[in-house]
Design a protein. Structure first.
Length: 73
């Protein structure tokens, strides 16, 4: 059986693998900034702890279908 916490943890790890986002930015990222259709993440420096306070658009790396499925779940 998979718990909600396990699903969350798997999704966070999947996002880390797909984007290579810094951990500091990852833990402050808001879910509304993840676009699953465009396969991208927008890091708004007003909400996310980005390096040098810059806005960053990140796109998913290819070849990780399991990670994309975990993120969608």
């Amino acid at each position: 059986m998979t718990t909600v916490r396990e699903m969350r943890d798997k999704a966070v790890f999947a996002l880390l693998c797909l984007t290579g986002i810094r951990v500091g930015a990852l833990v402050t990222l808001r879910i509304k900034r993840i676009d699953l259709d465009e396969k991208s993440v927008t890091q708004n420096p007003r909400e996310v702890a980005t390096k040098f306070g810059k806005s960053i658009d990140t796109f998913f790396a290819g070849g990780f279908p399991e990670a994309e499925e975990a993120l969608r779940a």
